[in-house]
Design a protein. Structure first.
Length: 256
C-alpha cells in the first residue's frame, strides 16, 4: 500500500512542481495593461523562417487603439474565432472538450479549441508546436491574462498582433494591405472577410475569393446579424467548415 501511494504521489508532486515553475517563469503580463509589446514570438518565428529560407522578410505592423478599429472587426473575429469570448475566463471548456474528442477520434492535435485569449498567449509568447505541454502553458498564460487584463484590452492586443498575411500583422496593416484603407474604415463585409482569413492568413494573401472564403464570410455575417449578446452560435458555427451541408445559408461548394 505504501508503495502504491508513493507511485501516486510522485506524478502529483511532479505536476505541482511543473505548475509552480511555470507560474514563476511566466512573462510579465501585468505590463500589458499599460504597454504594447514591441515584438511577438510569432513575428520572430516568421523572421527566422524567412532567414532560414534565404528570402527577405518585410514586416508591416502599425499599432492602433481599439477605438481606431471599426467595430465590425471585433464582432466578426469573435463570431469566427471565439463566440463565448465575453463569457469565459480564458478557456472555453465546452469547445476544448469538443476539440479533445475530435483529436482523440482522429489521433492527432489538429483542432485546438483555442479561445482568443489562448491565441493571444500563443502569438505573444509561444511556438506553434503542437504538443500537450505547449497547450498547457498556453492555457496557463491565458488564465493569467484574463485575471490581469479587462476583455477590451485582450481584444485590442489580439487584433493588433494577429497575422493577416505574409508579414502583415494587426488590423491596421491588414486593412491597408488588403483593402487600401484604415482599420477604422472597414465595412461589415470586409471585416467578415478578414475574420475568415484568420485560420490561413498567408495561404490567402493576396485575397482570392475561393468558394470556401465566400461561404465562411457569409456565415460570419449571418452570425453577426443574428447575435445580439443573448444568442450564442453553436461551437460548430465558429469552426472552419469543410462540408457544404453544414450551413443552411451556403449556396456554393467550399473547400479548405
Amino acid at each position: 500500500m505504501r508503495y502504491l501511494l508513493y507511485l501516486l504521489l510522485v506524478p502529483l508532486l511532479a505536476a505541482a512542481g511543473l505548475v509552480s515553475y511555470w507560474l514563476i517563469a511566466l512573462p510579465d503580463l501585468a505590463r500589458l495593461a499599460r504597454e504594447n509589446p514591441n515584438t511577438t514570438m510569432l513575428i520572430e518565428a516568421r523572421q527566422a523562417e524567412a532567414a532560414e529560407k534565404g528570402r527577405p522578410f518585410s514586416l508591416s505592423w502599425t499599432w492602433v487603439p481599439l477605438t481606431f478599429i471599426s467595430p465590425h472587426l471585433p464582432k466578426a473575429v469573435i463570431m469566427s474565432e471565439d463566440a463565448s469570448f465575453n463569457q469565459h475566463h480564458g478557456i472555453d471548456w465546452e469547445s476544448l472538450a469538443e476539440a479533445v474528442t475530435h483529436n482523440w477520434e482522429r489521433g492527432n492535435l489538429r483542432r485546438g479549441g483555442s479561445t482568443i485569449t489562448q491565441q493571444l498567449a500563443k502569438n505573444l509568447y509561444l511556438s506553434s508546436e503542437k504538443s500537450l505541454l505547449r497547450k498547457a502553458r498556453e492555457a496557463l498564460i491565458a488564465w493569467e491574462l484574463e485575471r490581469r487584463l479587462p476583455k477590451p484590452r485582450i481584444l485590442e492586443l489580439y487584433l493588433n498582433v494577429a497575422e493577416w498575411g505574409d508579414g502583415i500583422f494587426g488590423a491596421e496593416a491588414a486593412a491597408r494591405h488588403h483593402f487600401g484603407k484604415s482599420a477604422a474604415e472597414l465595412t461589415e463585409e470586409e471585416a467578415a472577410l478578414l475574420a475568415a482569413l484568420l485560420p490561413s492568413p498567408r495561404r490567402n494573401d493576396p485575397i482570392r475569393i475561393t468558394p470556401y472564403l465566400a461561404r465562411r464570410q457569409e456565415e460570419i455575417l449571418y452570425w453577426m446579424h443574428r447575435t445580439n449578446g443573448s444568442h450564442r452560435p453553436t461551437a460548430e458555427a465558429t469552426q472552419p467548415l469543410t462540408d457544404v451541408t453544414d450551413s443552411p445559408l451556403s449556396t456554393v461548394e467550399g473547400s479548405h
